[in-house]
Design a protein around this ligand. Sequence first.
Ligand SMILES: C[S@@+](CC[C@H](N)C(=O)[O-])C[C@H]1O[C@@H](n2cnc3c(N)ncnc32)[C@H](O)[C@@H]1O
Length: 340
Amino acid sequence: MTASRDDRPHKTGPASGLPGGQEGDPAPRPHASAEEVEAARSDTKLAQVLYHDWEAETYDDKWSISYDERCIDYARGRFDAVAGGEKLPYGRALELGCGTGFFLLNLMQGGVAATGSVTDLSPGMVKVALRNAENLGLDVDGRVADAETIPYDDDTFDLVVGHAVLHHIPDVEQSLREVLRVLKPGGRFVFAGEPTTVGNFYARWLGRLTWETTTRATRLPFLADWRKSQTELDESSRAAALEAVVDLHTFDPAELENIARAAGAVGVQAKTEEFAAALLGWPVRTFEAAVPAEKLGWGWAKFAFNGWKSLSWVDDKVLKHVVPRGFFYNVMITGVKPNN
Ligand SMILES: C[S@@+](CC[C@H](N)C(=O)[O-])C[C@H]1O[C@@H](n2cnc3c(N)ncnc32)[C@H](O)[C@@H]1O
């Protein structure tokens, strides 16, 4: 396999003056026109760009993403669950579908990799990820890139990671073939935060129930303070419509392992987590999206985080031994590029 694509990463730095990643990358489009949104209904990649460009600047707040001990521990925990025990740090790491950089930037802070490249189909996300990396003083470059045609040379990276991205990619096996192409022989990939098929079913159901209950209850006059403006609610509904276009897959863990092996990986292993934690997490996240942010203070954030942490402990120590792995909400997978 050969790759002759340009591989000149853009360094994060105050002198760059670039709107997104590498020079020549498209600029973010945070305000899509009605025509674009309509076109995106039948074009999943356009939908990815519009949806994620639209939410890039507010994404960290929406998902309570931070770059401190809390999220470093979370990212490191996901990595160690499937790839713990490896010699760290890896040299150069690549993130696919980086979003605002949540996974790779926190893994780098957690000592997993020395240098990194963040990539995403959405220029808005690459821009925010590079800004976050710069604020953290990390050695990171980035560019706009499609995970099905990764714009880097063969044998470039020691590690490739992704979080909550595989389920957005039309051809997952093609993307994993690309991952193996850009990995050095013996290099590893780790993808986490993917929805299982069973988990996605109950998460959607719980989300819908919480949304309906909350938006109906806040129509009551004495709860008017808790109601979001109609414009915000309409915007959320439009986003939900696009979400249906961008969420392409759910995974059975064994099937995902087979896809990775068919792509050419060895040492493949999928693990799942969050069952009780997801049963709490989805209603909590949906409720947060349905009411004005200023209504939920520090106490709520503490309840949500501690509740999730306690139930994750129950999942890990108890339920993991009695509940089938396909019932847990999150699946993660690792594999290695053969040494020829
Ligand atoms: C759910 S977000 C996750 C972002 C981040 N990894 C995180 O966990 O916070 C999925 C990201 O994948 C990106 N994406 C979707 N399809 C992609 C593709 N074909 N190639 C690269 N990135 C893609 C989206 O633009 C979006 O930023």
